[in-house]
Ligand binder design. Sequence first.
Ligand code: MN
Length: 236
Amino acid sequence: MQDVITAAPVARVPVRDGAGGSFPVHRIYCVGRNFADHAREMGAAPANPAARGRPVFFLKPADAVVTDGQVPYPPATCELHHEVELVVALGRDAPAGELAVEDAQGLVFGYGVGLDLTRRDLQAEAKAKGLPWDIGKGFDASAPVSAIVPVAEAGALEHRTLTLEVDGERRQHGALRDLVWDVPSILHELSKLYRLRAGDLVFMGTPAGVGPLQPGDRFRASLDGIVEVQGRVLPR
Ligand code: MN
């Protein structure tokens, strides 16, 4: 069968593999409140590691990825916020059913660093009304992301940190060992809700220090020693 319209191509993220590869994006899952200090700054109770319940999940459209760092200031908001996050890229489909925690790492193709850009005013309004977060989180160009670094090159993450600078000033800094749910736990929890597929990206949640981005601001997000993404917010 032939397509009857011309649709946008699948979104892709470059891979830092020395061969110019690219990673086609299937879905973008995001985790909320995965650092206790950020949960507190948002007025939420930090998760209790002993009785963690279910993580907070939401999604962004696959084509929300920005790979050239150029972020148009989004419409319908006066409060665009940055959230620097570890990005996990899945290279294999999960088996049917629940994914065991001990099998989860085998799905991971690589890592990157990204920004979970948020229209905070719209998210706050949705929260207050008990409505979905979609318009606050899942908008066009809401997911600037670095190149994906394959697991073998990235090495162990437990001693790594995330940093975000805006116009040269440090805004966010957090250690991955402080994640409430680590990568295998998040993939296990997601697999109870969705069939994980090759091409999925998972934004793992942000440390404290979220704040506004203005038109013209330049940002630099890094997963220290591994990869970074630089860019700017375009004028309105
Ligand atoms: Mn986030």
